[in-house]
Design a protein around this ligand. Sequence first.
Ligand code: G6P
Length: 615
Amino acid sequence: MCGIVGYIGPREAYPIVVKGLERLEYRGYDSAGIVLYDGKNAQLCKTKGKVADLKAKAENENITKGNIGLGHTRWATHGVPNDVNAHPHYSNSGDLVIIHNGIIENYGSIKTALEKRGYTFQSDTDTEVLVNLIEYIKNKEEVKLGKAVQIALNQVIGAYAIAVFDRTKPDEIVAAKLGSPLAIGIGEDEFFIASDASPFIEFTNNAIYLEDEQMAIIKLGRDVKIREIKNDKPVAPFVHELQLNLEQIEKNGYDHFMLKEIHEQPEAIKDTYRGRLRINEGIIKMAGIEDNLEKILKAKRIIIVACGTSWHAGLVAEYIFEDLVRIPVEVEYASEFRYRNPVITSEDVVIAISQSGETADTLAAIKLAKQHGAFVFGVCNVVGSSIARESHAGAYTHAGPEIGVASTKAFTTQITVLTLIALKLAQSKGMISKTDFHKYLAEMEAIPAKVEESLKVDDHIKYISSVYKDSPNFLYLGRGYNFPVALEGALKLKEISYIHAEGYPAAEMKHGPIALIDEQMPVVVIATKKGHYEKVVSNIQEIKSRKGKIIGIVTKGDTEVKSMADYVIEVPETIEGLTPLLTTIPLQLLSYHIAVMRGCNVDQPRNLAKSVTVE
Ligand code: G6P
């Protein structure tokens, strides 16, 4: 969590750093800060609140000048969000200043040792401890900043992406990474540092992504030197050419990123299957699967590890894989899997699903799986992310940047790519007839237009939202492929509108949640024609007879559920395995409109962050 931005070059750093922080706010937004060096003085401004609050404060205090700048947007781990705990943090002498994304786990013992040597601390943060450790080493060993950072980082346990500046030697910034992402933009005589490339995309297409346990010494007007932190060896930098463009990271007329990303789904799904789904040739082309086909098909078991919405996509994949490929699948919360001594063997294939590719628990889960000899296949959206790099093979979702904290297009594109994988494996294993395979491919190709159609009933969904926006609780029910969709619908609502919502398998309702049903309780029931329709209809009757309010997600033209429900939202017909790609859409819109009507901050819901790089 947390976003960091740095600039060193001939331009004014303030607008670059502040704009960059705005783009990184998805990573945390409880406090923010900036430090600027104008050739003589370093000026610091920090505040509780969002980047907009920082901007107002900095401009009011006239802290806007300087060609070197570091900025930070925070998601609190150590110490409450307030002005003092906000980054950047100075060292005791005031010479060094740091920004940090991550956690220093052994900061307590380091702090005690430094206190014994006379160091004092203003904040409750682990970061202030780190900058003082660097200062202590720099003075004691009489070494340059880069060397002091290297020695210090070899003493800390935890995760970090840091940038450090020394006002007594103001021609360089030292950056380092372990566990948290860090990109360095390479411009002409200027350099940018950021948690991802979005802050510098309009200035350069060239970026170096630091690997874990690497540090960079970035010299004003000169170059970037990369070294390994453990053994201080130099590393030749690899410069990536970025594919991002500005349009992808701006709202383009939409009120919120979430709404934009919901509407991007038809294109995003197409981008996911483009080049892979080849109807005319009757094949699916996926290099990551083809190169490892034998190993994957021989798997005794597939274990899916993920968190949050990606975990829900994993649950959908369980249905698809077991249905089509007949390999047993287990879906695990990465955070539980990594700590419960799981049984993993070299005959297991582990699929890690992650939009960001940086989720700490998912990353740790795949490292554990690798230690036990399992083959790890990553499904990520962010190209070059840690999980993508740590996996043996993988497939990108190609959804484009997802900025809204509530995941939308990442979910549907994950399902798309996982379906393609399942189909490819089923075909290779001879588990699916030519006709069914072709039918699936044709239906997959038709999905973007059907998503588009599902988006057209937005006004109707808006109306339903206005009816139920003040309900304190919601229940979401679904069966089969649509049970995970019910979980995802409930998650979306609680994330952004703070309404308590639960997702349940429809038939399980009678083992508990039915006790909650009364005339106040809206129940969203996914009741599409394909997928246990009659059974779900019976569940709807059970709700009806207890006076619950029913919002049915139904197949276009349905009359039976319509006659029982208070409201229905139609989605086009498709084959059962692909229904989640359509039934998800109205649930995303429902949560979006309810949150907007309740005055919630849709793109930056309280307490959450997009990229969870702490465990
Ligand atoms: C956070 C985000 C969720 C996301 C989850 C997993 O909680 O707010 O939207 O589903 O992390 O993230 P990942 O990047 O691994 O998919």
